[in-house]
Ligand binder design. Sequence first.
Ligand code: BTN
Length: 240
Amino acid sequence: MPDTGFSIKKVLKYDRVVSTNDVCLELIEKGEKEGTAVIALSQTGGRGRRGSVWVSPENAGIYLSFIMSAPQTYPPGLVPLALALSTLRCVKPRAGGASIKWPNDVLLNGKKVAGCLAETRKKFIVAGIGVNLNNEPLSFPDPIKMTATSLKIETGQTQDREMFSVLLLSELGSVFSGLEKTGPTVLLKELRASCSTLGTSRQYLGKDGPATAVARDIDSSGGLIIERSDGKIEVIYSGE
Ligand code: BTN
């Protein structure tokens, strides 16, 4: 029987690329299959969700993407959460105050230390993770400066990029193969315990436009269950 379980089989390392997600998307066009990861020392056009820029200076952070098959046995909405959880597991032993901001940010003391970008191409998902490791406070451009941080800023300690990448690849392996083998129950339990979004009140873009709501729970397909101020319960799926 062929081995269909999740694993990273190959890691391609680059000094500088436009975006590690773009490299994976191009590789898919050339016939590359799941299990290939791309790591770069810097990105000239690092991308975030909804057209945002991911600041990617040389040697300061982790810029990692990998190709996975679109999941067959669990909902695709769990992929961003699984990426965030894998990253959180690497951040937590290095700094206090780490949490997940649904659906795919990792925060340290309320500021963003890592973000994830999942993009679909053909029957694959390109999963990209950026982690701010050794960025200095003044290195973030203006609007981002207010909301971004790095492990070095929060702990005062320089982080070893190589070691962090090895650990991240290993956590990705265990989170995604756990999802395949045992389903989402374990992942959801850990996520709920680590998600600082739950219990907080925010503006969300729901079915009837923007509304203030309290995040109550994460459902089994990765959606955020929110309770609007008029008492209505809604599930949102993409962090609007
Ligand atoms: C976000 O927070 O909006 C997502 C940020 C994702 C950044 C990573 S860095 C590696 C990969 N390559 C990219 O261009 N983006 C992702």
